[in-house]
Design a protein around this ligand. Structure first.
Ligand SMILES: [Zn+2]
Length: 495
């Protein structure tokens, strides 16, 4: 099927902020506690209970705003969004309607189509709101009860709404990956999707080119917007967008229904079945009967306060990538791999590179060996048990010529396996630095025994010397192949 349509995607990302207490009360936000043990009259909305704003949540929202190039207006207020839902006992959610804490910014992502040509995704707003509780329904249909856990009620969320600038499932994933990386670098959220700390809704529709777009600047036809809910993995987001684009294309061919003919629809993503299913029609904002919250004062954020927060912010991934290129001479590819692993791996690189003074070798070891081993063993950097000073020791031994590079890989593996220093691993493997004169003697011996190879090299075939390396290693396993090659060529040249 030729795709004569463009997929238009906007994402709403709900991020749970990493505060210890809830947005308007002192209840704990710790995940996984016994149901309904982290609740109080405020988060239950009991009569007479008054909310008190969590200053830390505001600070984290300002940090995110700065990182996403958002405007931070001096004045922001709270609104009640009225709707009845079983796990929202107050009957309204405290959110922000017309005056959000931050608005109009952007995030740059690496374009998955082109190598590293950045693409700017505009962000409409990022506002604060409180989370609802969690309902559990009896899925066996055996007539069991529905259970409600209100521990999550009142947990601070930042809802980050992008403009519809994304054009493919791959772009949506690139945007989410960069957003998650940025938020975790800042420490704004742990973004743990299994625990619901990062949840995504995708708004998807199609722009269909009916061949008129080029004529008189006519706009392409758009299909009705569908909001897909319940996306709790990046893979789910990609699959749902791909599914929805194809579904809407089929529907368009059957019905010719355009945006405006049909209200915005909400569909849920069924990950197991790999389909979206129609839910209710989306409420218009007027259905929520927003009104300013009478219990909470509006918040004033001065430019000085923003500067103060900015001054204390952690380094952002994009800035760190640039620094790894400029200060350590890394190619962008290496810088990207290291930074995208998260703050832990990036800090590890910085420690090892500082100790070895060789950014490129350090990057090679981390990207080729450390990450490979972490993936193979499915462990984190901490669990791998190779402190920065040990890896630095290994890299320095190679640079100093005390550890033949041909044996460095097995040394590394033994260091990890047995929790050894480089000296310990080399001792166990019987690796000793081979004395230069000893190696020269060995090479002379080999050349004397192989006149044919000497003749070949003299005839211009330097590669012939490779046959001697295996022989050298048999006589002395510590002989470094690179050195054997260099010494043999040197000796032949003098013959
Ligand atoms: Zn509470």
């Amino acid at each position: 099927m030729t795709a004569d349509y463009t997929t238009i995607i906007g994402l709403e990302v709900h991020v749970q902020l990493a505060t210890r207490s809830k947005l308007f009360c002192a209840c704990s936000t710790t995940y996984g506690a016994e149901p309904n043990t982290q609740v109080c009259p405020v988060c239950l909305g009991l009569p007479g209970a008054l909310p008190v704003l969590n200053r830390e949540a505001v600070r984290l929202a300002i940090e995110t705003g700065v990182a996403l190039n958002l405007e931070i207006p001096e004045f922001t207020k709270w609104d009640r969004k009225q709707y009845f839902y079983p796990d929202l006992p107050k009957g309204y959610q405290t959110s922000q309607f017309d005056l959000p804490i931050t608005q109009h910014g952007y995030l740059e992502i690496a374009d998955p189509g082109g190598a590293f040509e950045p693409k700017r995704i505009r962000i409409l707003r990022a506002h604060l709101e409180e989370d609802a509780g969690k309902s559990t329904h009896d899925e066996s249909k055996a007539g069991g009860d529905s259970l409600i856990d209100l521990n999550r009620t009142g947990t601070p969320l930042l809802e980050i709404v992008s403009e519809p600038d994304l054009r493919s499932a791959a772009e949506a994933k690139a945007y989410l990956s960069e957003l998650k990386l940025l938020l975790t670098y800042l420490g704004v959220s742990d973004c743990n999707m299994q625990e619901g700390s990062l949840r995504v809704d995708a708004n998807v529709n199609l722009h269909i080119d009916e061949g008129t777009a080029a004529v008189d600047g006519a706009k392409p036809t758009a299909t009705p917007i569908v909001e897909v809910k319940n996306l709790n993995s990046f893979r789910g987001v990609e699959r749902a967008i791909e599914y929805e684009a194809q579904r809407q294309w089929r529907e368009w061919q059957e019905t010719r229904r355009k945006i405006g003919d049909f209200p915005k629809q909400t569909r849920g993503w069924d990950d197991a079945a790999g389909v979206t299913r129609a839910q209710r029609h989306k409420e218009e904002s007027s259905d929520y009967r927003y009104f300013p919250c009478p219990d909470l004062e509006p918040v004033t954020i001065t430019p000085e306060r923003v500067d103060e927060v900015r001054a204390q912010m952690a380094e952002l991934p994009a800035a760190l990538r640039t620094r790894l290129e400029s200060d350590f001479g890394l190619p962008l590819y290496d810088a990207d791999v290291i930074v995208n692993q998260g703050r832990g791996v990036a800090d590890y690189f910085l420690s090892v590179a500082a100790a070895t003074g060789d950014g490129k070798q350090t990057a090679n070891w981390i990207t080729q060996h450390v990450l490979r081993t972490m993936n193979a063993q499915e462990v984190s950097l901490d669990e791998l048990g190779l402190p920065a000073d040990r890896l630095a020791g290994l890299i320095k031994k190679i640079a100093d010529g005390e550890l033949p590079s041909a044996r460095s890989r097995e040394t590394f593996d033994l260091m990890v396996e047995k929790n050894l220093s480089v000296d310990g691993a080399m001792a166990e493997l019987g690796i000793e630095a081979v004395d230069e004169s000893e190696l020269e003697g060995l090479c002379q011996e080999l050349l004397a025994a192989n006149p044919k190879i000497v003749a070949d090299v003299q005839g211009g075939n330097d590669k012939a010397v490779g046959a001697l390396i295996g022989q050298a290693k048999k006589k002395n396993p510590n002989a470094d192949p690179g050195k054997v090659r260099a010494i043999c060529l040197g000796l032949i040249a003098k013959m």
